[in-house]
Design a protein around this ligand. Structure first.
Ligand code: ARG
Ligand code: ASP
Length: 715
C-alpha cells in the first residue's frame, strides 16, 4: 500500500502530470476512459458514445461546412450550430429588404427553409486504426520507396471502404505518423437554413466580448439536413426529404449542478502540445508578438475606417472579424503562457524525459537526443520560420491588392488554355463577377494605408532576412502613392477596363508595367524561392523528430494518458461544469444570466445593442420552463479541452442530453492550444435553455422546440 502511494505520488508530481480534463480523445478508443468518465458522473457506456454497429451519440454529431461542428436534435434532421458558423449563409440570404443579420429569420414551415449551395455536413460512419495496413511491406525500404508503398496501401484501403456505398474515406496521420486512422464519412449536401436570431443575440458582445468571460452571446443558428428518398446524401433538390438520423440528441431543461459531468463531442482543428521549449520560446517571444504587431497596424486602419463610415463598417465587418479573432486569441495565449511560466514547465518536462531515457540504455539510444535535436533545429531555422510567418501575414492577411494579384495571375496563366478550348469569354465573365464582388467590399484608401504600414513593418521585422530588392532603401509612402494611383489591382474601373481589352500580350505587359503587380510578384517570388524551400526541410525534419519524441513519450511514460494533437478529426473531451479564478482577487462564476445582457446593454457600446423586444421580454421575466431558480441562464463555462473547430459542438451531460452549444474559450484559456491548464482553461457555451427560450418566446418559433425531445427534472 505504502509503495503504491509512493509510486502514485511520483506519478502525480511528474512534470507530465495530466488532469482528467486535458486531452481530445479518439471516439473509437473511448472505452479506455469509460471508468474515469463514470467516476466523474457519466451514466453512459462507451458503446453508447461510439459504436460502429449500433446507433450512438456520434451519429448525432456532424462536421459542419468543414470547419465547425453541429448536432442533430430531431428525427426530422433539425441541426444546431453556432451563429458564427452559419454566418456566411445567413449573410448570403440577407439584403436591405430582408435584413436577417439585423432582425433574424425564422422559416414558418419547411417550404420556407433556405437552400445553401456548397454547404455540407458530414457524419462519421466509422473510425478505424489502419496503422498496420498502411505500413505493410514498408520495412527496410528507402524513405522514398516507403512513401510510395504507403500511398498505395492507403489507396487500396480507401477503395475498399467506399466500394458500393455512398461514403467517402480519408486516412489521417495521428501523433506525427506514429498512427494512422481511416475515417469513413457520409457527407450531406442539402443543408437548409431554418432560423437565426438577430446579430443582437447571436453576435451579442461582438468583438468586445470575443474570447471573453463573462459572456452573454446567444451564438446559435438552426439548419436542417435533407436527404433523398433512401435517406442518403443528395445534391440540393426540391424532392429531397428531411433526413431521418440514426440518433439525435434529447435536449435537457434540467437544473444544472455545478461540478456535474460535461462532455464536448466535435471536430477540433489544431493543437500543438508537443512543441519543444525553444519552439515555444520562439513563438512567445518572437513570432506571435510580430504577427500581433502586423495586425495592430491593419486593424488600426480598418477600425478607424469603420468608425467613420457606415459603408466601410459593412464592407469590412467580416474581414475585420477574421483579422481580429486570431489577433485577440494570440494576445491571450501569450498572456496565459507567461502567467503559468510555460517555458519553465516545458524545460522541466524535457529534463524528466531525458532522465527517463537515461534509465535504460535502449531508451537512451533511441530517445536520448531527440529533445536536444528539436531545440537545435528550432534555433537553426528560426530565421526561416520567422520569415515564413511574416510573409503569410504580409502576403495573405495584409493589403488586399495581393489577393487580386493572385487571382488574376492564376487566370492569366491559363489564358492560352482557355482560348484554345473556346472558354475564354465565359472565364472573363467569371473574372468580372469575381472582381465586382471583391470591389464591393473594398476601399482603396484603406487598402493603401494598410499597404504602406504593413510594408514598412514587414521590412522592419524581416530586417536582414530575405526581402525583394525593390524594398531596399526606398520610401514606402511614395511607393504606395505610385501603386495605388496606377495599378489595375486597386481600382475597379481600371481592373474591368483591363479585362475588357484583354489580349495575348496583356499578361507580359502586366508583369513588366503594372507596379502593383510587380510588387506582388517579386514578394511572392521571394517567398517561394528564399523561404518555402527551407520551411519544407524544417517542417519535414521537425515532424520526424516529433514522431520520435511522441513515440518515446508513449513508451517511457505508460502511467499517463496520451492523446494525439487535434487534426480536425472527431474527438471527445470531458470535464465539469465549473467556473475559474484565473486572476488574483477575481473569480469567474460558472454561468451568466439574461440580467447581464440588460446590464451590458445599459452601456453605450454598440456591440451591446439590442432590439427593443429583448428588453421587453427581459422585463416581463417570462422564462417559463427555461429558468433555473428564477434565473434564465445565457452562457456557462466548463473545464473541457476545446479549440477552433469545436464551435457548435454539443455540450452533453452525463446522460447523453444536450446542455448547450460550445462556441468560445475565455481569454485566459486560449493557451490550451499549446498547454492545457485545468485551473484556468474554460470553454464557453450557450445554454440550450436560452436557445429554446429565444426560439419559443423571442421568435415565436415554438414549432421547432416541439420537434425536439425535451427532458426535464422529475417533479
Ligand atoms: N472566438 C470565436 C472562435 O474562434 C469566434 C467567435 C466569433 N465572434 C466574433 N465576434 N468574431 O472562433
Ligand atoms: N470559437 C472557436 C471556433 O470557432 C472555438 C475556440 O477556439 O474555442 O471553433
Amino acid at each position: 500500500m505504502k509503495k503504491l502511494s509512493i509510486i502514485l505520488f511520483l506519478f502525480i508530481s511528474s512534470a507530465f502530470r495530466l488532469t482528467a480534463e486535458e486531452g481530445m480523445l479518439i471516439p473509437s478508443l473511448v472505452s479506455a476512459f469509460e471508468n474515469d468518465m463514470q467516476a466523474m458522473g457519466m451514466k453512459l457506456s462507451a458503446e453508447e458514445i461510439y459504436s460502429v454497429n449500433n446507433s450512438s451519440l456520434k451519429d448525432a454529431i456532424l462536421h459542419f461546412g468543414g470547419g465547425c461542428t453541429a448536432e442533430l436534435v430531431s428525427k426530422q434532421g433539425l441541426l444546431l450550430t453556432n451563429h458564427h458558423c452559419g454566418y456566411s449563409q445567413i449573410q448570403s440570404h440577407s439584403s436591405i429588404e430582408n435584413d436577417y443579420l439585423k432582425y433574424g429569420f425564422w422559416a414558418k414551415n419547411k417550404g420556407e427553409e433556405k437552400k445553401n449551395p456548397g454547404l455540407t455536413a458530414s457524419r462519421v460512419v466509422r473510425i478505424q486504426d489502419v496503422t498496420a495496413t498502411v505500413l505493410q511491406g514498408t520495412q527496410g525500404l528507402s524513405q522514398s520507396d516507403k512513401l510510395l508503398k504507403m500511398q498505395s496501401n492507403i489507396t487500396a484501403l480507401i477503395e475498399d471502404a467506399i466500394r458500393g456505398n455512398q461514403y467517402s474515406a480519408d486516412i489521417k496521420p495521428f501523433n506525427y505518423g506514429n498512427d494512422f486512422y481511416m475515417i469513413v464519412k457520409e457527407t450531406f449536401r442539402d443543408i437548409r437554413l431554418v432560423g437565426t436570431p438577430p446579430n443582437s443575440i447571436g453576435k451579442f458582445g461582438g468583438d468586445t466580448d470575443n474570447w471573453i468571460w463573462p459572456r452573454h452571446t446567444g451564438d446559435f443558428s438552426v439548419f436542417r439536413v435533407y436527404a433523398n428518398s433512401n435517406n442518403e446524401p443528395s445534391d440540393i433538390n426540391d424532392s429531397n426529404q428531411p433526413y431521418a438520423p440514426l440518433h439525435f440528441l434529447p435536449v435537457s431543461l434540467k437544473n444544472r449542478v455545478p461540478g456535474e459531468f460535461t462532455m464536448v463531442y466535435g471536430f477540433p482543428g489544431t493543437t500543438e502540445q508537443h512543441l519543444s521549449s525553444e519552439n515555444l520560446r520562439f513563438i512567445m517571444d518572437q513570432e506571435r508578438p510580430a504577427r500581433i504587431k502586423m495586425r495592430d497596424k491593419s486593424l488600426s486602419v480598418i477600425n478607424a475606417g469603420m468608425r467613420s463610415s457606415d459603408l466601410t463598417r459593412i464592407q469590412y465587418a467580416s474581414k475585420q472579424a477574421r483579422i481580429a479573432n486570431a489577433w485577440k486569441k494570440w494576445i491571450g495565449q501569450i498572456g496565459g503562457l507567461k502567467t503559468v511560466d510555460a517555458i519553465q514547465i516545458k524545460l522541466d518536462r524535457e529534463k524528466e524525459y531525458n532522465k527517463r531515457a537515461a534509465s535504460k540504455s535502449a531508451w537512451q539510444d533511441k530517445y536520448g537526443n531527440v529533445i536536444e535535436d528539436m531545440n537545435e533545429l528550432v534555433i537553426k531555422y528560426k530565421g526561416a520560420d520567422f520569415g515564413y510567418s511574416m510573409a503569410i501575414e504580409y502576403l495573405y492577411i495584409g493589403p488586399e491588392l495581393f489577393k487580386r494579384a493572385r487571382t488574376i495571375n492564376t487566370f492569366l496563366s491559363n489564358y492560352e488554355k482557355y482560348k484554345e478550348s473556346n472558354s475564354l469569354d465565359a472565364e472573363i465573365e467569371k473574372q468580372i463577377k469575381g472582381a465586382n464582388a471583391f470591389f464591393k467590399n473594398y476601399d482603396e484608401n484603406i487598402d493603401k494605408k494598410i499597404f504602406q504600414l504593413l510594408t514598412e513593418e514587414y521590412i522592419k521585422q524581416v530586417g536582414d532576412g530575405p526581402l525583394p530588392e525593390r524594398f531596399k532603401n526606398v520610401d514606402i509612402k511614395s511607393l504606395a502613392d505610385k501603386v495605388y494611383a496606377n495599378s489595375i489591382l486597386t481600382n475597379e474601373v481600371r481592373f474591368i477596363k483591363f479585362l475588357s481589352k484583354l489580349k495575348s500580350k496583356s499578361f507580359s505587359k502586366l508583369k513588366k508595367k503594372d507596379i502593383g503587380f510587380m510588387v506582388w510578384s517579386e514578394s511572392d517570388d521571394n517567398f517561394r524561392k528564399n523561404i518555402i524551400p527551407d520551411i519544407r526541410v524544417y517542417k519535414g525534419t521537425m515532424d520526424q523528430m516529433l514522431k520520435l519524441y511522441v513515440a518515446g513519450k508513449v513508451e517511457m511514460f505508460p502511467e499517463i494518458n496520451h492523446w494525439p494533437d487535434a487534426n480536425s478529426s472527431m474527438r471527445i473531451t470531458y470535464g465539469k461544469l465549473e467556473g475559474s479564478a484565473p486572476h488574483d482577487g477575481m473569480k469567474y462564476t460558472n454561468h451568466t444570466t439574461i440580467d447581464g445582457v440588460i446590464a451590458k446593454n445599459n452601456s453605450d457600446n454598440p456591440d451591446y445593442d439590442l432590439l427593443p423586444r429583448m428588453r421587453e421580454l427581459a422585463k416581463d421575466k417570462d422564462y417559463g420552463d427555461y429558468a433555473q431558480d428564477g434565473e434564465l441562464w445565457v452562457c456557462f463555462t466548463g473545464s473541457n479541452h476545446t479549440t477552433g473547430g469545436n464551435s457548435g459542438s454539443p455540450v452533453i451531460d452525463g446522460e447523453g442530453n444536450l446542455m448547450g452549444l460550445n462556441f468560445d474559450r475565455s481569454w485566459e484559456s486560449t493557451m490550451s492550444d499549446f498547454m492545457f491548464d485545468a485551473s484556468r482553461c474554460r470553454n464557453i457555451s450557450v445554454d440550450i435553455r436560452y436557445v429554446l427560450w429565444v426560439m419559443d418566446r423571442y421568435a415565436n418559433a415554438k414549432h421547432l422546440v416541439d420537434e425536439m425531445t425535451i427532458v426535464r427534472d422529475a417533479k
